[in-house]
Design a protein around this ligand. Sequence first.
Ligand SMILES: *Cc1c(COP(=O)(O)O)cnc(C)c1O
Length: 384
Amino acid sequence: MFPLEKFQQIDTPFYYYDTELLRQTLSAIRDNITPEMHVHYAVKACANPKVLSIIAQEGFGADCVSGGEVQAAIDAGFPAEKIVYAGVGKSDREIILGLEHGIFAFNVESIPELEIINQLALQRGKVARVALRINPNVGAHTHANITTGLAENKFGIDMQDMEDVIRRTQEMQGIQFIGLHFHIGSQILEMDDFIALCHRINEIQERLEAAGFPTVSDINVGGGLGVDYQQPNEHPIPDFKAYFQAYKQNLKLRHGQQLHFELGRAIVCQCGTLLTRVLYIKSNPIKNFCIVDAGMTDLIRPALYGSYHHIENLSAQSPSDYVTYDVVGPICESSDVFIKNYGMPRTQRGDIIAIRSAGAYGEIMASGYNCRQLPKGYTTEDLA
Ligand SMILES: *Cc1c(COP(=O)(O)O)cnc(C)c1O
């Protein structure tokens, strides 16, 4: 499935994006949504310009968490009216950028932020469409660092303050309050977590209606659908049917209400692979180290979250001759380890190793630590 001969001609490390798989993933999403459902790709998962432009061309919107992402989305061809912008700490410059482009909505996380958006909009004779990000206090069964929907997390407005904040929006001439926004975490594989969010949103809508607030036009449930890191070949495309079904069956939308999603990982993760070459094999009495030329500067997830990535030796000479390795990078940090005690066909210097499921939170999180160059990203078309 990988163009190994092409890979052999390229300096490692680099990211490879299988754009055919990306397009199949996008079409699997389209097959499972109804006309009132809108999917905004979460740019923070991967902002490779070619990946972004394919997603834009296929008609999806964008979910941004910084002015830089709003700009990247615009540059890649996402129409401003399909861009939503979230984030606990939007700067004035970033808010102005969103206003000037006339993005679809700001997902607002506090009253002070609301006041600044109102002020900046009024100064420009504009009205900002705003959804309030509510912290639904719904736990997600995922890594503690990537759960976001609990009261202890910094994100969103507390449910008890919701009515007050909505009243404030009604007094502000520069603000048009359009909806409610939620996002409970990432790499979520239990549909029950999304169902719990649906039930919470149903409660919230009933509570607001009982208090006499008008029905909002838009509900945004965020993203968070996970992927199968263990078996990327068996499950290259996430189970979108089950995911969207959870919302179709459990969320009680009001007449005409539009439902927005912000999927990042589920769209790009499996189509991206980090390619690296073996530099040295170093053995001691207890370990075989497979030292590769990619490190935590290229893919930080294993060091940051202890994440698993499936690793393959694409150059294996004798596929059945398994050896146990710690696959490690060259960075001067003990945490610069991709995987420990991993069985892999015997490797030697120069072999090309594929670190799979690296399309999300991979290239975009790369750093220049140790004065290293940032990895390049190539698509199927680039190597054709
Ligand atoms: C990160 C993020 C997303 C996307 O999360 P995934 O797990 O990649 O789907 C969506 N919405 C918001 C507000 C986010 O911060």
